[in-house]
Design a protein around this ligand. Structure first.
Ligand code: G4F
Length: 329
């Protein structure tokens, strides 16, 4: 094995990209991150948080830029985390979501295949698949073998990327693995996602900076874990002798109402009903009502298990938001 190991991460400025970069750096990797566009403000942010990452410019929709980036980075491992990842947005921008989240995977796989040339053992590939692919879930809990029934343009795009990854594995013998990650959150989560939207609002309500919180469907259920735990599973997948697909989940499901209970309780509010309103414009055209994953295969093969439970995760996020909003009081 060559040392030091080199990794290329797409989507490095997202929550998962940042945690994964920190994990790989702690293991002695040289980490390259793909960042899109000219004067992207996220480049500065990345440099401030993790200055050790070597930033390369490229775009998932431009295969020639990916080939160039791969030849500069010379990675042993490629983590394809880049995507337009907000499900709600994907109905408004279905074509763009498909270009980036679906065809972007094909571009990255093809660029990696060309980079590997006749030596497929040279590089290992991780694809960020998603539990959103299960959509109208056909089985409870969901496993690697559960039928995919996506309910959003985002879910359809992720299903394309998932199948294409399997196809490259089967067609070209590429060491390409897919992590079917259930919802995973952290203080680094964007405020458009429901967990962070709630914890930020709860902190602001507690501090007197906000009066109410408008939400959509309160009955949806998700299997929520901690992003910091989940990136470890990605790395473990690429250390296996054989590529494969793995569900990464906690095996516990909670509703948005449970999320509200725990988040408001963390600031000493037991009855949140007077703070929360329902906004019909936030209800999705087709909802994924309930997801819960069975990660037995990851437990058995990767030796992976989640460390942070739902209550600790939500409390961690509320604490973080109280601290970062305090200066506004
Ligand atoms: O936090 P969410 O927007 O996450 P969603 O749609 O489950 O997707 C996330 O997890 C996927 C993994 O399964 C990823 F692939 C994907 O990229 C993303 O990270 O919404 C969670 C639930 C939904 O049922 C939604 O309808 O919360 C419900 N919800 C209710 N009110 C809301 C709101 N979601 C958002 N974002 N904002 C609301 O006001």
């Amino acid at each position: 094995m060559d040392f030091p190991r080199r990794a290329l991460i797409t989507g490095i400025t997202g929550q998962d990209g940042l945690y994964l970069a920190e994990l790989l750096l702690s293991k002695g990797y040289v980490v390259f991150g793909l960042v899109r566009g000219q004067s992207n403000p996220k480049r500065e942010l990345l440099h401030r948080i993790i200055p050790e990452v070597k930033v390369l410019t490229g775009d998932l929709t431009d295969v020639s830029s990916l080939i160039r980036v791969l030849s500069i980075a010379g990675p042993h491992e490629v983590y394809n985390l880049g995507a337009i990842s907000f499900v709600g947005y994907s109905w408004e921008n279905a074509a763009l979501t498909s270009d980036v989240t679906a065809l972007g995977v094909l571009n990255m796989l093809e660029a990696t295949r060309l980079y590997a040339g006749s030596d497929m053992g040279k590089v290992r590939f991780y694809q960020a698949s998603s539990s959103e692919m299960y959509g109208k879930a056909q089985e409870v809990p969901q496993t690697e073998r559960t039928l995919l029934w996506p309910r959003s343009p985002y879910g359809v795009a992720k299903a394309f990327g998932h199948h294409m990854t399997i196809n490259y594995r089967e067609s070209y013998g590429m060491h390409a693995s897919s992590g079917i990650l259930f919802n995973h959150e952290s203080p680094r989560r964007g405020p458009e996602f429901v967990t962070r939207k709630v914890t930020l609002a709860v902190a602001r309500i507690r501090l007197g900076l906000q009066e109410t919180l408008a939400l959509g469907n309160l009955d949806a259920r998700r299997d929520w874990g901690f992003a910091g735990d989940y990136v470890d599973a990605m790395w473990r997948m690429l250390q296996q002798p054989e590529p494969d697909d793995y569900v990464i989940a906690t095996g516990k499901s909670h509703s948005i109402r449970d999320l509200l209970d725990v988040a408001f309780a963390a600031v000493g509010i037991s009855d949140w009903s007077r703070y929360v309103t329902q906004d019909s414009t936030l209800i999705r055209p087709a909802e994924v009502e309930s997801l819960i994953g069975d990660a037995s295969k990851a437990h058995a093969t990767l030796g992976w298990k989640p460390e942070v439970d739902f209550r600790s995760l939500v409390s961690m996020m509320v604490e973080h938001d109280l601290a970062n909003q305090k200066h506004l009081v």
